[in-house]
Ligand binder design. Structure first.
Ligand code: MLT
Length: 284
């Protein structure tokens, strides 16, 4: 890991491998460790750069509101700081996808390819935005425990829903290794949320609440694009993501079996194969 100072904050960044840069942008309220199933598998074909975004992991934190635009600008600053001038592939999951849309809007000359995992193009409905603003206040008062409890069930495919007894809800058909893997990734995700700065979480919640609807932008995206969605994603559904892919002229769509919103973590083999073959097929 390296510490990379930007103008306002310092970012904690994983930088591994060489070749075309692949920027992995995590979801909310997580950090670079959600890409643990991708880093080694992709670092032999590209330079994998996985930052903790501002406010997350061990990166610096800003209070108030951190917009998706601000996070996209941080990524451009990060590329400058790392001396990367070539165009990058950017892969964002969920909130990382919201950041990817803004990176496309604001820094498109730096972008070679887009990979959108389990994300949305639509803005929040007014009531959803209000829930986010209320949650921002609550997390500042109480800490992230309630968020961890509420989110875990939504993030993972139903068969990975673990509370209260981790093994009861897992189908017998899963091997012992698979059960243990699922238990590990869910517990690791819970710990990540619990360890995240309440100030960072609140700032991103406010930023997501005010993010723009980018649906109208999709037909203009003219870089090769891969859209990936977990079969059981309850937050950004397969239908919604298929529609996103259908609106982007050069997009391909991959549905990831046995996975929910955290498809790269839940089914890394399928996601890695999709990313590797996309990168290979679109290399010039
Ligand atoms: C995420 O995984 O980043 C979140 O589900 C995004 C959101 O809350 O909209």
């Amino acid at each position: 890991m390296v510490r990379v100072p930007l103008a306002e904050v310092e970012l904690n960044v994983l930088d591994q491998g060489c070749g075309t840069p692949l920027l992995l942008v995590h979801g909310f309220p997580l950090d670079h460790t959600m890409w643990s199933g991708q880093v080694d598998a992709l670092a032999d074909v590209c330079r994998v750069i996985a930052p903790d975004l501002r406010g997350f992991g061990t990166s610096g934190v800003s209070a108030g509101t951190v917009t998706m635009e601000r996070l996209a600008d941080d990524l451009a600053e990060l590329l400058d700081a790392l001396g990367i001038v070539e165009r990058v592939a950017l892969c964002g999951l969920s909130m990382g996808g919201y950041v990817a849309w803004q990176f496309w809007r604001r820094h498109r000359s730096r972008l070679a390819k887009l990979i959108l995992c389990d994300t949305r193009a639509a803005a929040d409905a007014p009531e959803t935005a209000q829930v986010r603003r209320d949650s921002a206040e609550r997390v500042l008062n109480e800490g992230p425990g309630f968020l961890a409890d509420g989110m875990i069930e939504k993030l993972f495919a139903p068969k990975t829903g673990l509370a209260p007894n981790i093994h009861d809800s897992v189908p017998v058909a899963l091997s012992k290794d698979a059960r243990e893997h699922r238990a590990e990734i869910i517990e690791a995700t819970r710990q990540t949320i619990l360890n995240t700065s309440p100030v960072g979480i609140a700032a991103a919640l406010r930023g997501m609440a005010q993010r723009a609807d980018v649906t109208g932008l999709l037909p203009d995206i003219d870089v090769p694009t891969l859209v990936v969605c977990g079969q059981y994603d309850a937050i950004s559904t397969v239908d919604e993501m298929r529609n996103i892919a259908a609106r982007i002229p050069a997009a391909r769509f991959v549905e990831v079996p046995d996975a929910g919103h955290m498809a790269p973590l839940e089914n890394p083999a399928v996601v890695n194969e999709a990313i590797r073959s996309f990168l290979e097929a679109t290399s010039t």
